[in-house]
Unconditional design. Structure first.
Length: 203
């Protein structure tokens, strides 16, 4: 006579709790699983100078990249299909781009080692705890320094700088220099550091 299955072997009862339900569609999860496999097997092990190879892999999964973009092998890109970069963008090792919505980067934008761009959060006052995502933009010649964090929906103006380990909770003004937790404006970059076409209009 067969023994009764243990509690761990029995199927779990239906649980209507919305918190444990997937936040993304099955199609999205399959797409991310495919990208994750390519990332582990072909992207991450690639030699450091192989920027063209990694750019090709990102484009295969829908990324729009301008010429000479440099994505380093230990950068994590959550959804390449939500990535739109102009020319010569640099994303360093250890960067995490969590981009459930579109992430746009202007010409010569830099994201340094260990920085985190967070493109989504949850509605914590809603019992269903739904995930909400936001488009984000890094302006041309902006620089997100090492270990810095950009909160969901925060944008960096052209030529702005978010300093080491800072956490941006509000948009960064063009050419503004920010530091601290939360990030506060501590200075202004010399307009000459940014090509004229990207400088804010003078009053």
């Amino acid at each position: 006579m067969a023994s009764n299955p243990s509690q761990s072997e029995q199927p779990l009862p239906y649980d209507p709790d919305a918190i444990i339900k997937p936040s993304f569609s099955l199609g999205n999860r399959i797409r991310r699983a495919l990208w994750g496999t390519v990332y582990v097997l072909l992207y991450r092990p690639s030699p450091r100078p192989a920027h063209a190879w990694r750019a090709m892999l990102l484009r295969l999964f829908g990324a729009k990249l301008g010429p000479r973009c440099r994505f380093y092998p230990k950068a994590t890109i959550w959804a390449p299909w939500n990535l739109d970069c102009e020319d010569r963008v640099l994303v360093a090792n250890g960067v995490e781009l969590y981009n459930p919505s579109m992430l746009t980067m202007g010409s010569h934008a830099i994201v340094s080692q260990g920085a985190y761009l967070c493109g989504a959060t949850h509605l914590y006052n809603d019992p269903a705890f739904p995930l909400v995502s936001f488009p984000m933009r890094l302006g041309a010649y902006s620089w997100i320094c090492a270990r810095a964090v950009m909160n969901p929906g925060v944008n960096a103006g052209a030529g702005s700088i978010l300093g080491l380990g800072a956490i941006a909770t509000r948009d960064l003004d063009p050419l503004g220099i920010y530091a601290g937790v939360p990030a506060k404006k501590i200075g202004q970059r010399d307009p000459a550091a940014v090509p004229a076409q990207y400088r804010p209009a003078s009053n």
